[in-house]
Design a protein around this ligand. Structure first.
Ligand SMILES: Cc1cc2nc3c(=O)[nH]c(=O)nc-3n(C[C@H](O)[C@H](O)[C@H](O)COP(=O)(O)OP(=O)(O)OC[C@H]3O[C@@H](n4cnc5c(N)ncnc54)[C@H](O)[C@@H]3O)c2cc1C
Length: 497
């Protein structure tokens, strides 16, 4: 039988990277806060944040061409989103570097390692696109160290596998050494472990939150012990729903007006993984390509160096696959059907119709053979041989579908925080850029629901320690020196340089 903090100030549902960052920042800002975390799995951060369930790219806008799809009237690629994502990711780096520097968590190499980020294209049209993208990106101080080449020999030097057995069509690549590979499961576990040891805080695993009801000054929740089935109750002034794929279900149970009409559409993933030592030694980059056909932006293929538990692999994917489960480990095939409610059925149906190419894409993905998948890999690594690759399951992304999209019903690929009017419950929906920008995203929840913590002199001083550039405009070229100063300090603390 688990013990809990009774009537805490804050209840966190889920132990992924979102709850981990939020819990950590809250307790840092106000050490007197009582916090109870509930996690349905026996171990912490085993769902989407777990190392093998995501690609571990520290999304900083460097290599993801899906963040820069638009070209202006002059034909130049618009790089604004890449610049914002870079800044958002910097917040994560700064917070985790603070935690290491203060000795609150240890061994940064367990969760973050330097890996160059590359974009790679072939064919003249794509080469022109990347040329323009590079021009826009390298003009900003965030990306001034980016290199670009259309020379096959240079690309081969950067990433030999890309050029192995490749024909003579034009190629182009960008490369920046400031990229990272991140084990989001590991950083979550370190932060949650720290939180669980603080006075007034508790982390209860094997506990599924099964119900939540609004009271006049907060929320009552019910949790079910996954071993003996016993039900416990608790209440708090504030609940954060960081349940990943399970967030939609939790919001539906909460009954809050703001969640009405929301639905979720799960997309499961798969990776090709290679641990052949000779090949792994030849690839030292995260290489992102262009989306294939109707593939959603989050299914853009990439050939990645991946570091998990100190061992290096090459990962390729993701491949999409169909599922009706919202959670990989503790989900049920009834999750999708049971999430269909009178208030979202119309949105869901409209969404299915207006996103028909996506549905077709997923069906196509499910019907793929191993040889089909190898052929996609050969777009990147033409000399790839099947014997070196295994197919494994990745995590599930539950894409939020919301009523405010009107008749069309759009499947959202971004990350969104949904908060009720009373600011007593906040939930994280969506998946991308996801874990990389989790600190920035959780700061939105802090600003909305705990503004007082950021306004006191103590709160301001703590924020200045945790995220020294909080509230500063680092995009402004006048602040380039400031950016370089904090980035260098964080990179040193995280042992990235
Ligand atoms: C295939 C794939 C590739 C990705 N690649 C990247 C990438 O390269 N870079 C990047 O930044 N992001 C990536 N992401 C996105 C990233 O993984 C997620 O945005 C992030 O992990 C979400 O964290 P979370 O805390 O919201 O959810 P999760 O990590 O899923 O945590 C939610 C937790 O809540 C628990 N839970 C659920 N319901 C309940 C309940 N009722 N009671 C108690 N506990 C509950 C779950 O067990 C889980 O532990 C990827 C995702 C996928 C699926």
């Amino acid at each position: 039988m688990s013990s809990f903090i009774e009537n805490p100030d804050v209840i966190l549902i889920g132990s992924g990277v979102m709850s981990a960052n939020l819990g950590f920042m809250l307790k840092q800002l106000d050490p007197s806060l009582k916090i109870q975390l509930y996690e349905v799995t026996e171990e912490v951060a085993k769902e989407a944040s777990n190392g093998w369930n995501n690609a571990g790219t520290g999304h900083a806008g460097i290599c993801e061409m899906s963040y820069t799809p638009d070209r202006g009237e002059d034909g130049e690629v618009n790089v604004d989103k890449a610049i914002s994502v870079f800044e958002e990711f910097l917040y994560s780096k700064l917070l985790w570097a603070y935690a290491v520097k203060e000795g609150l968590i240890k061994d940064p190499k367990d969760f973050v390692n330097p890996v160059p980020h590359m974009s790679f294209v072939h064919g003249q049209e794509q080469v022109d696109f990347l040329t323009s993208r590079f021009k826009g990106m390298s003009a900003h101080h965030f990306f001034s160290e980016m290199e670009f080449s259309t020379d096959p020999e240079k690309v081969k030097e950067w990433a030999p596998l890309l050029m192995d057995s490749r024909g003579s069509e034009p190629v182009a690549a960008t490369k920046m050494n400031g990229g990272t590979d991140i084990n989001f499961g590991s950083i979550s576990r370190k932060l949650v472990e720290w939180l669980g040891k603080q006075p007034g805080c508790n982390v209860a695993t094997g506990q599924r939150v099964v119900d939540l009801n609004e009271t006049k000054d907060g929320w009552n929740i019910k949790a079910k012990d996954q071993v003996d089935g016993s039900i416990s109750t608790n209440s708090a002034k504030f609940v954060f729903v960081g349940a990943g794929g399970g967030s939609i279900q939790m919001l539906q149970k909460s009954g809050i007006e703001e969640a009405k009409g929301y639905g979720g559409f799960p997309i499961a993933g798969q990776w090709l993984v290679c641990d052949d030592a000779e090949l792994v030694a030849k690839h030292e980059a995260k290489v992102y390509g262009q989306p294939l056909g109707a593939a959603p932006t989050m299914a853009v293929p990439h050939l990645d160096t991946r570091i998990i538990d100190g061992k290096k692999y090459i990962l390729f994917g993701p491949f999409g696959s169909f599922t009706t489960k919202f959670l990989h480990d503790k989900g049920s095939f009834l999750d999708l059907p049971l999430s269909v409610k009178p208030n979202n059925i119309v949105t869901l149906m409209q969404s299915g119709l207006s996103n028909f190419p996506l549905v077709q894409y997923l069906v196509g993905q499910c019907l793929q053979s191993m040889e089909d998948r190898m052929n996609v890999l050969r777009e990147f690594y033409p000399g790839a041989e099947m014997a070196h690759w295994d197919l494994i399951e990745a995590g599930i992304r539950v894409q939020a579908i919301k009523k405010t999209d009107g008749k069309a019903g759009i499947v959202h690929f971004g990350t969104e925080v949904l908060t009720n009017e009373k600011k007593t419950i906040s939930a994280l929906l969506g998946a991308s850029p996801g874990a990389s920008t989790s600190v920035f995203v959780m700061l939105q929840t802090l600003k909305e629901c705990f503004p007082e913590l950021l306004e006191t002199p103590e709160g301001k001083a703590k924020m200045a320690e945790m995220i020294p550039v909080f509230g500063e405009d680092l995009l402004d070229p006048a602040n380039e020196a400031r950016f370089r100063e904090v980035d260098l300090e964080a990179s040193k603390n995280l042992e990235l340089i």
